[in-house]
Design a binder for this molecule. Structure first.
Ligand code: ADP
Ligand code: MG
Length: 464
């Protein structure tokens, strides 16, 4: 329907006639709306198609579209019009879903990863771009990398292989690489502990535990990411323990990642900790300058190949970026992307001073903030127990902090609404939408709320 309409009413703008440079429009959004609104919303809008009198813009979700349309549409139109006078209409298209489906279909073809029909497929996929080929070796990850490769050569010699290390240091990348390398000859299962729990609970609700057990126990390579997630979840631990044992019994290779060593796992049964440490435990440490520079160079190369363009950053700038990002590689890549984006927009080679200016703004924004962290900080701030904040009780002193935490989770992490809902004792995504709307409204109207939100935000940003 939509397509037909477009065809009838409008003529495509040919390549030469395209006038909009989306980066410039984005820059003007940033100036007009301010950093916060820009980062949370407008930055995520992409240009899908340009017609002579109207545009189709891409947005990630329906909720996102509704939010933007109800609050910012007039201003957006006004801004874009200042770049393109003939414009009189904007339409939004939800593109993430489409893209996701395409990607899924593609990956489905590539992979032989087992699937519980439909639902699990989404989360049990290996990312073809996280392979050994683009994992850079350094002192901090040397041992983890070499044993990951050894596991691929000799299945079940090191069993389980347990890889631990802090956030953003390459655990998921390594797990993925192992999965990719083994998937042609094995039945590979790759799942995060969080997803494992989600399916576990769903199967209990649907009274379908038999399928669940079968499904997870038939893999010959079982890779589970972020096992620390099972902390404090007794029945999940029980199930995991049985899955683990039955896989080990039949000689399947198990690979696990976690943010800490097995014995340091909090609120996890001793018998599980000891099973987890029963194979080989390897660490990934904080990267040194050399590794960080190498990764930057590799990333630049990847981007150049992908977009067929030359990116010229001097060694001086590369070293500067490497030395400025202290803690993790995800952050390093985030910074690099910003720097590259900036140099594209301004069409110039950057010097250290430019970088310093860019980084001043970005550092606070791209620190990794997790839902867990937000929940902890918010419950501390209001002086209530975390368990109460997550509970089903609806009294205002608990409900407000809960809503604030949901709101911040939406604003400050990249988690989707359903994911956030699940982190709040399995609430529905509509509850999260309601919280986001309520707190957004209150933080505009109510000074106390405004103050609370800004204090909590600075706690979160300072805590890094
Ligand atoms: P973790 O799971 O430990 O939090 P990830 O595996 O998600 O971390 O890594 C964060 C980002 O850094 C990813 O984009 C990953 O590809 C990249 N990365 C981490 N280590 C390396 C490395 N040694 N070489 C190349 N990229 C890396
Ligand atoms: Mg990870």
């Amino acid at each position: 329907m939509e397509k037909n309409n477009i065809k009838k009413q409008n003529v495509y703008v040919s390549e030469e006639e395209k006038t909009l440079i989306w980066e410039n429009v984005q820059e003007s959004f940033k100036k007009t709306f301010g950093g916060e609104i820009y980062n949370s919303w407008l930055q995520k809008i992409s240009l899908v198609k340009e017609y002579n009198d109207y545009l189709i813009l891409g947005v990630p979700t329906r909720f996102f579209r509704d939010w933007i349309v109800s609050r910012y549409l007039d201003k957006i139109l006004e801004q874009v019009k200042s770049f393109k006078l003939s414009l009189n209409r904007i339409e939004f298209k939800i593109i993430e879903e489409v893209k996701q489906n395409q990607e899924l279909a593609k990956i489905n073809e590539l992979n032989k990863v087992t699937e519980i029909r439909d639902s699990i497929l989404n989360y049990n996929r290996l990312n073809p771009s996280l392979s050994f080929a683009n994992f850079i070796q350094g002192k901090s990850n040397d041992i983890a990398l070499s044993y990951s490769k050894k596991v691929c050569e000799h299945i079940s010699r090191y069993n389980p292989l347990y890889i631990c290390g802090g956030v953003g240091l390459g655990k998921t990348h390594l797990l993925n690489a192992i999965g990719l390398s083994l998937q042609n000859n094995n039945n590979v299962m790759f799942i995060s502990a969080e997803r494992f729990m989600y399916h576990f609970i769903k199967s209990i609700k649907k009274n379908d535990m038999v399928n669940f057990k079968d499904f997870f126990r038939k893999s010959s390579v079982f890779i589970i990411d972020d096992i620390q997630f099972i902390s404090g979840k007794e029945s999940l631990q029980e199930e995991f323990f049985h899955t683990f044992n039955s896989l080990m019994d039949k000689g399947s290779q198990i690979i696990i990642s976690s943010d800490r060593a097995p014995m340091k796992l909090d609120r996890v049964q001793d018998r599980i900790k000891s099973r987890l440490s029963g194979g080989l435990v390897v660490d990934i440490e904080i990267p040194d300058l050399e590794l960080k520079s190498k990764i930057i160079k590799k990333k630049i190369e990847e981007i150049e190949n992908q977009f067929k363009e030359k990116i010229s950053l001097s060694d001086e700038v590369i070293n500067f970026i490497a030395s400025e990002s202290k803690t993790n590689i995800r952050e390093l890549i985030g910074i690099l992307n910003r720097v590259i984006a900036f140099s594209r927009v301004h069409n110039k080679n950057l010097n250290i001073n430019d970088c310093k200016n860019i980084l001043k703004d970005v550092f606070n924004q791209i620190r990794v903030i997790t839902v867990d962290k937000i929940q902890n900080v918010v419950s501390n701030y209001f002086n209530i127990a975390l368990s109460e904040m997550l509970s089903q009780r609806r009294s205002r002193p608990l409900a407000r902090p809960r809503q604030i935490a949901m709101y911040l989770a939406k604003k400050m992490t990249s988690r989707s609404l359903p994911e956030i809902g699940r982190r709040f004792a399995n609430r529905d995504h509509t509850t999260v939408i309601h919280a986001v709307k309520t707190i957004s409204r209150l933080s505009e109207q109510d000074d106390e709320m405004k103050k609370n939100i800004s204090q909590i935000k600075s706690l979160l940003l300072d805590q890094q």
